[in-house]
Design a protein around this ligand. Structure first.
Ligand SMILES: Nc1nc2c(ncn2[C@@H]2O[C@H](COP(=O)(O)OP(=O)(O)O)[C@@H](O)[C@H]2O)c(=O)[nH]1
Ligand SMILES: [Mg+2]
Length: 309
């Protein structure tokens, strides 16, 4: 067991008070992991959707509080890996929590199915990474249900602390941040100040469009889509962005385009709105729809979709 007390109480060196902590944010799909990371960082670094499994790769959200840099790794939710795509996603997930200084498990207060979370807690008990739990979405559940959940969790006495938060309402999040800050250990900052995330701008632009696809298209289709930024010309006043929306089959192209191009037009408008906010300038966005058969089974395509490194 890592000596938690020793870590938290250790004073920093005489020359620098800087601290740094890597926090892996884990939990069931849709628990609100990405929303919470965005709220803590104060910027949208990870996409959010009411559908499950939108986050595909590890995304880092970085924030500084006084002398402490907290580096959050937003992960895809637990899933039983069966397809090629899911296996790649899960391999990424395991890597991110094994390297962390602390694991932050997000439990969805609105859900009645917590088996995966409990299984994870039991598994993590054997590792030496400290575990903290945040019960999320407390804004939309009865207090009694939250207390029952907290009670169930408190039987695991190795959980360092249980927080109750609402990521969307920014409620209870400050207490969590303070705790994370205080439990960080001394060490240099590993990312530049005010960096917010370690993903490059092209990837963030692709993710914005992917989020809009998730929010506009029904059912399963968004899961088999990836977005690639083919051109990103960033000048002082304007950004020119060309992106490909890659589907699995020709027959899916029509769904993305919509009747007389109405669907892709709406996706484009939604994406431009967020891109303007991110880049703080005019945005010219062109979207192309392409079919690449079996892209989820090909390593090169998984790489260009940012799912594997
Ligand atoms: N009411 C409520 N909804 C939330 C909260 N946090 C997240 N959500 C919603 O839950 C859904 C899933 O959120 P997301 O962050 O994508 O979950 P993830 O799959 O764990 O990353 C989205 O529709 C969010 O708006 C919260 O604190 N309260
Ligand atoms: Mg997510």
């Amino acid at each position: 067991m890592k000596k938690w007390k020793e870590i938290t109480e250790k004073t920093c060196s005489m020359t620098s008070n800087r601290k740094c902590s890597f926090i892996a944010v884990v939990g069931a799909p849709n628990a609100g992991k990405s929303t919470l990371v965005n709220t803590i960082v104060g910027e949208k670094v990870s996409i959010v959707s009411p559908k499950i499994q939108t986050t595909r790769k590890r995304i880092r959200g970085i924030v500084e509080i006084d002398e402490t840099q907290l580096v959050f790794t937003d992960t895809p939710g637990f899933c039983k890996s069966s397809s090629h795509l899911e296996k790649a996603i899960m391999a990424n997930f395991r890597k991110s929590y094994k390297d962390a200084d602390l694991i932050l498990l997000i439990v969805d207060a609105t859900s009645r199915h917590h088996n995966d979370s409990f299984e994870f807690i039991e598994k993590i008990q054997k590792s030496d990474v400290p575990l903290v739990v945040a019960i999320n979405k407390v804004d939309i559940v009865k207090k009694l249900d939250i207390l029952v959940m907290a009670e169930k969790l408190s039987q695991y006495d190795f959980i360092r602390k249980i927080f109750m938060v609402s990521a969307t309402q920014n409620d209870g999040v400050d207490d969590l941040k303070t705790f994370l800050k205080e439990s960080a250990s001394c060490g240099p900052w590993l990312f530049g100040e005010n960096q917010a995330t370690d993903t490059n701008l092209s990837f963030r632009l692709s993710e914005i469009t992917r989020e809009k696809i998730f929010n506009r298209l029904d059912k399963e289709l968004p899961y088999s889509i990836y977005v690639e930024t083919e051109l990103f010309k960033n000048t002082e006043k304007k950004a020119k962005i060309y992106q490909s929306i890659v589907v699995l089959k020709d027959s899916q192209k029509g769904i993305v385009l919509g009747r007389q191009g109405s669907m892709i037009k709406s996706i484009r408008e939604d994406a431009v709105f967020d891109m303007k906010n991110l880049l703080d300038k005019k945005v010219e966005l062109k979207l192309f729809v392409k079919a690449k058969e079996k892209w989820t089974e090909k390593k090169a395509h998984l790489q260009s979709a940012g799912i594997i490194e």
